[in-house]
Design a protein around this ligand. Structure first.
Ligand SMILES: [Zn+2]
Length: 216
């Protein structure tokens, strides 16, 4: 089980999960289950959670955690009750099965609404949030694997050597001479390097990026 989705289970089942989170399904299934609690669902959910918890303790594999599952169930139960109350006051029974326009009118099956069965709820700011909880660790955003070498930052200037009177490309070393005492000669040399940056066939992207940075 990669996701826990409270919507897939009955309210009684969700309440039962809440009470027994982290317990071994084997011992739970020995007892009589309450009415409307399906042993297959117990096995599936409490079994998965029990195993994830075992793996965390013994192998250090992280997962979303019991608290996250608890939160997911509690959110679902809260929303369910809220929907029931609202529907008693005339709202659709399952509001997220509808798209809502700015005047507060509901459009069943409208764009963005839940199809076939409920899968989201509305957060306080009106955003849709999904009930479904990924159980295993998802890759951290911005994570760069160790085998990828980060690109070196672009140099801040050309390599100007007053002694040897050369202006060089800091990326590949291509160079051109200038007259040491002449400002305009140096400027001409710089523009030759600029031309090189725009036309180099070696690492063309990086050359062009540097041209952009220094000359555009
Ligand atoms: Zn170059």
């Amino acid at each position: 089980m990669d996701f826990f989705d409270p919507v897939k289970y009955s309210l009684q089942e969700n309440k039962f999960f809440l009470k027994h989170l982290g317990e071994s399904p084997v011992s739970i299934l020995k007892e009589n289950l309450p009415e409307w609690v399906n042993p297959t669902a117990v096995e599936e959910v409490l079994g998965a959670i029990y195993q994830l918890e075992e793996e965390r303790v013994h192998r250090g594999w992280n997962w979303a955690g019991k608290d996250a599952v608890k939160q997911s169930i509690e959110t679902y139960l809260t929303e369910w009750i809220r929907w029931k109350e609202m529907s008693a006051r005339g709202a659709p029974r399952f509001p997220t099965m509808h798209a809502w326009d700015s005047r507060g009118r509901a459009h069943r099956g409208g764009i963005g609404s839940d199809s076939r069965r409920v899968s989201t709820y509305f957060a306080e700011n009106g955003d849709r949030k999904t009930f479904k909880l990924p159980l295993r660790d998802t890759p951290v955003e911005g994570f760069v694997p160790s085998w990828v070498r980060p690109e070196e930052p672009l140099p801040d200037d050309l390599k100007i050597d007053m002694e040897s009177q050369t202006a060089a490309c800091p990326l590949c070393g291509w160079s051109t001479n200038f007259k040491g005492d002449s400002h305009s000669s140096l400027n001409l040399a710089r523009s030759r390097v600029a031309k090189h940056l725009k036309s180099s066939r070696e690492e063309p992207d990086r050359h062009r990026d540097l041209w952009q940075k220094l000359f555009s």
